[in-house]
Design a binder for this molecule. Structure first.
Ligand SMILES: Cc1ncc(COP(=O)(O)O)c(C=O)c1O
Length: 361
């Protein structure tokens, strides 16, 4: 850390904006831009795009699955998975704070036709008894049969929690007993894997299928991978077309995804270290603001009572100082660390948050 660095943003006009809204703000690297320029491409909807195919093969290998499909976004990956697993019928069981239920436009119900049932959860993990009690077999007389269970790791709403592998195994057991598929929403599966010191495939193994994003901490400009069995991917390809995700010379962006997979997973350790540093600064200055130490690259700040101290007002105060954050809910801020956040930014962010939180009390 630079000892001469300022510990405050200039009050009037921030010379330097610190953007902790999401790791999706990461810009493509020079290597990605060069790979995009040089990509060999074809028509992926006709006879195929070789660079897309290469990315799909690399994505499948990383996840330990037979095959994979390049999709425009994590949302599209989760939607297509729901379409295949449920074939426009049945029920999806998800944790009550799952991204797929809260932040994807309700697509698994409105487009994929699944009834979406939120299971009581804590720290990103569904209550296993509640999960088992919610399962309905295919001959249920009263409810829609459970077609799919979704687990999310790392868990966005739970502050980037990397869900314990025994928990994932327990979910899988219960789902299988009811004949339901397990889909892993692994938008940040590389963060979860790093935190648990396992390859991402060791996490994906708990799901029949998995989505992960190239466009978050891995810094690609767009795109996600949906992986599963060969048969699943054949059907997913058809549903991807149905939802408008059939692409043409997509190798132009898949090339950046290949660089993301090859070069970027290792550096997520820097994000995790800095998230921990931010948490430590906050703990040292204002311990009431934080909970457990972060597993990955997300830090939650608990502001206490809403009103003047509410998260929206606090985020606005911070934005006026050049620090961009997003409220997670009425009294919690979510801070996401990524490639463009250095050690000085962490120190400044901590000081600004303590100041802005204090003003709301
Ligand atoms: C856990 C999780 N799943 C899915 C998504 C959706 O990804 P996308 O924004 O690419 O649609 C996100 C995005 O933040 C996410 O955090």
């Amino acid at each position: 850390m630079n000892a001469n660095a300022p510990d405050r943003l200039p009050a009037e006009k921030a010379e330097r904006r610190i953007d902790l809204r999401s790791d999706t703000v990461t810009q493509p690297t020079d290597a990605m831009r060069e790979a995009m320029r040089a990509a060999v491409v074809g028509d992926d909807g006709l006879d195929g795009d070789p660079t897309v195919r290469e990315l799909e093969a690399a994505g499948a290998t990383a996840m330990g699955k037979e095959d994979a499909l390049f999709v425009a976004s994590g949302t599209m990956g989760n939607l297509v998975a729901a379409l295949v697993h449920a074939n426009r019928g049945g029920e999806a069981l998800v944790d009550e704070h799952a991204h797929v239920a809260r932040s994807e436009g309700g697509g698994i119900s409105r487009l994929a036709g699944l009834m979406c049932t939120a299971v009581r959860s804590h720290d990103g993990m569904m209550d296993l008894d509640a999960l088992a009690a919610s399962m309905r077999g295919s001959y249920s007389r009263h409810g829609a049969p459970t077609a799919m269970v979704v687990v999310e790791t790392s868990h966005n709403h739970a502050g980037g929690r990397a869900l314990p592998l025994p928990y994932l195994a327990a979910v899988g057991e219960r789902a299988r007993a009811a004949g339901a598929a397990v889909h892993v929403d692994g938008a940040r599966i590389f963060n979860a894997a790093l935190a648990q010191d396992v390859p991402p495939s060791a996490i994906a193994a708990f799901g029949d299928t998995v989505t992960f994003c190239l466009s978050k901490g891995l810094s690609a400009p767009m795109g996600s991978i949906l992986a599963g069995s060969r048969d699943f991917v054949v059907r997913a390809r058809s549903y991807r077309r149905m939802v408008g995700g059939g692409l043409r010379q997509a190798g132009c962006v898949a090339a950046a995804g290949l660089v993301a997979l090859r070069d970027m997973a290792g550096r997520l350790a820097d994000d995790h270290r800095r998230a921990r540093a931010l948490w430590t600064h906050l703990r040292d200055q204002e311990p009431a603001l934080i909970g457990n130490a972060p597993d990955t690259n997300i830090v939650l700040v608990h502001l206490g009572a809403s009103g003047p101290g509410g998260a929206t007002a606090c985020a606005a105060r911070l934005a006026s100082r050049g620090l961009l954050v997003r409220p997670r809910d009425a009294d919690t801020l979510r801070l996401v660390i990524h490639r463009h956040i250095d050690d000085d930014a962490i120190r400044i962010a901590a000081a600004e948050i303590v100041r802005a939180a204090g003003m709301g009390r």
